[in-house]
Ligand binder design. Structure first.
Ligand code: ACO
Length: 377
């Protein structure tokens, strides 16, 4: 048996869904480069592609779009559960709890009934979008907003969150950001979903567990922490000193580093281009973006001095700055990751169930043996 801390380098299964080509800074979804999909596609098209394994024709795309719309509305018991949660709960925790409420709505299906699981996935993709927006509204003291039939999946999400139809350009950039976050081979939350589903538990349970895994600061929670860092730095001229001090104390700078990428994360590159476009078009200064640009430059310079030039910004480094720019609060950033990644999680579970085997790794026991039992007296 081989031992690898954090399962680094361990191949746990095969997949056709996505591949991170870490040395080249490429990410592909079913063979197509993420750059091409981000440039030319939509949330609806890519979600269909990842789940079904083929690009949709126009009529398939139209019925998939209608299906996602059909599942937008929450049942009254789910809405009641949402309204009973504490308003100061972190939204990722609230989502995990609410997903548990959705479990009994999942229709029983044979493990290999791919179409039934794709139907459940469509339900979860839409319900999760509504839940994320409504949980956020409630935390901000706003009334829950009724869903409507118009708008694309991601534009409708922005409508629910912000109470108005989004600007076309912002809606497009947001759609791109969601495509970028949809899948990333065997990342921690996808692996968590696969472990849960490998026991043949509900797909909804696997998604709920994946949300828990995504919430941690070393995974999806990093985008929120990047903005905590920018807020602590306060102004661009203080960024370099802040970073030097952090590195000197052997601290980690959130939004940098990746287990697989050894060069720039292609998703970070596209998000930075979006931020550059927004900055060019805007008449006001985006302080967060300016601070992060300074952090970026200082990090690149310092890491190269330390011969750690394999550490680059990951997707989380720029995503929070983009979300803040379009008026979304920091605490809602990680839920946005889930809004997109639910597509990848579902696709992986469905793929795995085609040929399932329970995950059960081994442990190297390093504790004592033959310890005499001493009864409590
Ligand atoms: N800032 C400073 N130093 C870093 C950073 C960082 N962000 N990331 C890695 N390093 C250093 C480590 O301290 C370590 O140095 P050492 O060899 O002197 O001890 C070396 O680079 C190797 O790093 P590891 O932590 O071993 O890398 P690992 O593959 O285990 O972890 C991880 C990757 C968790 C992403 C790590 O880089 C990290 O904690 N980054 C910050 C959090 C973050 O941005 N997470 C989001 C990841 S992407 C995502 O989930 C979408």
């Amino acid at each position: 048996m081989t031992f690898s801390k954090g399962l680094a380098g361990v191949v746990a299964d095969t997949t056709q869904i996505s591949q991170v080509q870490g040395e080249d800074g490429r990410l592909i979804y079913r063979g197509i480069s993420i750059d091409e999909l981000a440039n030319q596609s939509s949330f609806e098209e890519v979600s269909y592609f990842l789940l079904k394994g083929k690009l949709p024709n126009p009529s398939e795309l139209s019925s998939w779009t209608d299906k996602l719309k059909k599942y937008r509305k929450l049942d009254s018991d789910v809405e009641k559960a949402l309204l009973s949660l504490p308003t100061d709960m972190h939204p990722m925790v609230a989502l995990q709890a609410l997903l548990a409420v959705l479990i009994h709505k999942e229709k029983p299906a044979q493990l290999k009934d791919k179409e039934a699981h794709i139907e459940t996935s469509a339900f979860l993709i839409s319900q999760l979008a509504t839940l994320i927006a409504q949980v956020s509204r409630r935390r901000r003291g706003l009334p829950l907003l009724p869903v409507k039939d118009s708008l694309s999946h991601t534009s409708h999400f922005l409508y629910l969150l912000q109470g108005k139809d989004p600007d076309t350009k912002i809606a497009h950039f947001f759609d791109v950001a969601m495509i970028l976050h949809m899948d990333h081979d065997f990342n921690a939350s996808t692996f968590a979903a696969r472990v849960i589903a490998s026991t043949e538990a509900h797909l909804t349970s696997a998604i709920s567990g994946a949300i828990g895994a995504l919430s941690g600061p070393l995974h999806g929670g990093a985008n929120e922490r990047v903005l905590d860092m920018a807020d602590a730095i306060k102004s661009p001229d203080k960024a370099s000193a802040w970073i030097l001090e952090t590195l000197q104390k052997k601290g980690k700078v959130m939004g940098f580093g990746h287990r697989v990428y050894r060069t720039l994360d292609p998703r970070a590159k596209i998000l930075k281009e979006i931020l550059d476009t927004l900055a060019k078009d805007s008449k006001t200064q985006d302080v967060t973006f300016d601070i992060l640009k300074k952090v970026h430059d200082t990090m690149i310079e310092e890491l190269s001095k330390k011969e750690k030039d394999y550490i680059w910004p990951n997707v989380d480094f720029w995503s929070g700055s983009f979300y803040r720019n379009i008026g979304i609060e920091k605490i809602d950033f990680t839920p946005l990751f889930a809004l997109a990644r639910v597509v990848g999680w579902s696709s992986h579970v469905i793929e795995m169930w085609e040929d399932n085997r329970i995950y059960r790794p081994a442990a190297e026991y390093v504790g004592p043996d033959h310890v005499p039992y001493a009864k409590v007296k």
